[in-house]
Write a protein that binds this ligand. Structure first.
Ligand code: NAD
Length: 575
């Protein structure tokens, strides 16, 4: 019990009641005052705001999380616009780069960030998992979700080795804040399989394995071993793969998605969130869906992944065949329009969308390509900052009453255009979503316009919560599609009137509940849900359309399961 009372999940600091101070022999170990959570938050905000750099703020917040978890989440949820950029992007990038240098400041009081699984420790993996179980504040607790990375492709920063731990830690904080997943049941995992980053290898303070990463056969075998042991210990746990190098990410997902409850946010979460913005853009444009033509500038893993996800929309919602839907897409890579007769050997993932109707002509220049295709939507995933020039934007606005322009590359310096440029050069006609947050734009009449942001946070927390509550045996493409469709439908009348493509981010908990409920409903529809509570609310074969009592019941159940940062008077309920 003494260990538990010091756990960051249980700790209430100066809010510990008089009775608990007596019962748990805490008198004298803290000042005599008994404060509220609100008062503590005021002090914590003051301390945070006195820090002079974002990295210092990150370190302070990490310390707070590992000291008093509820107070930490109170801050996140009271001021998400201020705190989220400090605990996740962009600050988390600096934290990951500097992880080996800031590490001693993380995890005082014996708390730790998550599970570090070294490739050398695989023979004792079961013992490692047992150690983790013993560290939990109560034997009743079992993790609901693990975010797993090997640190090999952290954001746009490349191979950061064990420094990648900052990402599962940060991402799971967003699951808690945005969807109310119980923080005690979140498990960040960093697979320490070495690093190919010479800077890490040369850094005397680097805290990961100081050797190169293994070859593919050993890599896949090692991940298989870890996942099998985790599944044995926690058979119901959801696994979210994160920031693996692109060549491993697709393969890992294919290998494990049927075997374990799992998904990859970089691939499926991104696809779903962009699809959702596209659905709302199509509604705004008002021309029949089948008349849309989409030009993708950038045909890498993100470009092709997003294109495939959007294709589902034409097939599932508009009854097109796969072949008909595919004909609405044109891809453009660094060599120009992707055609079958371009003369170079196309990478396998591009062949699917390669055009055969170019009549022998090749298009290298974006302007020429636009004149040829006459796209209704231009989607940038090329990392080529500024390529959607004023001329390109003007041309799109000439062709379309409401052009759809999604410059999705990250960070802002790599975005194909900014919101301001898109608004100015289309004379305010654009339907816009970006991969990075752009400021609002005030037009000449003084009216403020809000840019859409295809932020994965609209999808993964709700998708995770829905998967935890329904526990389908696997996460199918149609479950992912359902999450995107629910997000698209979650706009309020006011948001639609303001022509937004995504809901306002301050409604994120509400939106996550809707996404989670839609995931549960789809899991039941596909007869994959296994959680009795969900099946009693929505038996297999029954429907729950939005606006019906069955849907309301589902939402009530989801909301009732969302964790909130409040203090409990009974210590036992905090364990
Ligand atoms: P990638 O390297 O796999 O693909 C880049 C693509 O751009 C390639 O097809 C390449 O040929 C093409 N390209 C490069 N230079 C070009 C040029 N001059 N003209 C035309 N095409 C060119 O990268 P990726 O993983 O697909 O990511 C691409 C971008 O998408 C990144 O900036 C990433 O941050 C962004 N992204 C955003 C989101 C989001 O908004 N949620 C999600 C995923 C990726």
């Amino acid at each position: 019990m003494t260990n538990n009372i010091r756990s960051s999940f249980v700790a209430q600091g100066t809010a510990t009641s008089e009775a608990d101070r007596d019962a748990y022999k805490l008198r004298g170990l803290m000042p005599a005052v008994v404060e509220t959570l609100e008062k503590q938050a005021t002090r914590a905000f003051e301390q945070l705001r006195n820090k002079t750099s974002d990295l210092e703020k990150y370190i302070f917040l990490a310390w707070l999380r590992n000291t008093n978890t509820r107070l930490f989440y109170k801050l996140v949820m009271d001021s998400p616009e201020e705190i989220m950029p400090l605990i996740y992007t962009p600050t988390v990038g600096a934290a990951c780069v500097n992880y080996s240098h800031i590490y001693p400041f993380l995890g005082p009081n014996g708390n730790f960030d998550g599970l570090f699984i070294s490739i050398d420790d695989l023979p004792i993996i079961d013992q490692i998992i047992e150690n983790y179980k013993n560290s939990l504040p109560s034997s009743e607790i079992s993790p609901d979700i693990a975010v797993v990375t090997d640190g090999s492709r952290i954001l746009g920063l490349g191979d950061l080795g064990v420094g990648g731990m900052g990402i599962p830690v940060g991402k799971l904080q967003l699951y808690v804040a945005a969807a109310g997943i119980d923080p005690r049941k979140t498990l960040p995992i960093c697979l320490d399989f070495g690093t190919n980053n010479q800077k890490n290898l040369d850094d005397p303070l680097y805290i990961g394995l100081r050797r190169n990463r293994p070859e593919d056969p050993e890599f896949y075998q090692a991940v298989d071993t870890v996942l099998a042991s985790l599944n044995k210990a926690f058979p119901k746990m959801l696994i979210q793969f994160e920031d693996f190098s692109s060549e491993h990410a697709f393969e890992l997902l294919d290998r494990h998605r049927e075997r374990y409850l799992s998904f990859n946010d970089d691939i499926q979460g991104t696809g779903a969130v962009i699809l959702s913005g596209f659905i709302n853009a199509v509604r705004e444009v008002g021309i029949p869906a089948k008349q849309h033509k989409l030009l993708f500038f950038g045909a890498g893993s993100a470009g092709v992944g997003v294109a495939k996800q959007i294709m589902d929309y034409f097939v599932l919602e508009h009854g097109m065949t796969e072949d008909e839907a595919k004909r609405l897409f044109w891809l453009n890579d660094s060599k120009g329009l992707v055609t079958l007769d371009r003369g170079d050997k196309l990478a396998q993932h591009k062949v699917y969308f390669a055009r055969d109707d170019n009549e022998g002509k090749q298009f290298k220049d974006l302007k020429e390509t636009i004149k040829h295709v006459r796209p209704t939507a231009l989607i940038g995933l090329s990392s080529q900052g500024g390529v959607f020039t004023p001329e390109i934007l003007e041309l799109l606005a000439e062709i379309n009453e409401r052009p759809i322009v999604f410059p999705l590359s990250n960070p802002a310096t790599q975005a194909e255009c900014s919101f301001e440029q898109a608004m100015i050069h289309t004379k305010g006609k654009v339907l816009f979503a970006s991969g990075t947050a752009f400021p609002r734009y005030k037009d000449e009449q003084g009216v403020e316009h809000v840019p859409g942001q295809g932020n994965n946070m609209y999808i993964f927390p709700g998708l995770g919560l829905g998967a935890i509550l329904a526990r389908p045996s696997r996460i199918t493409d149609t479950i992912i599609y359902a999450s995107a469709a629910a997000l698209a439908d979650s706009l309020t009348e006011n948001e639609r009137k303001s022509h937004l493509l995504y809901p306002r981010i301050d409604r994120i908990r509400e939106v996550s509940a809707v996404v989670a409920a839609a995931v549960c409903r789809q899991a039941v529809k596909e007869n994959l849900a296994t959680e009795p509570e969900i099946l009693s609310i929505l038996p297999v074969g029954e429907t729950a359309e939005v606006g019906t009592p069955a849907w309301d019941e589902l939402i009530k159940h989801v909301e009732g399961n969302m964790w909130k940062p409040v203090y409990e008077t009974e210590i036992i309920s905090r364990m």
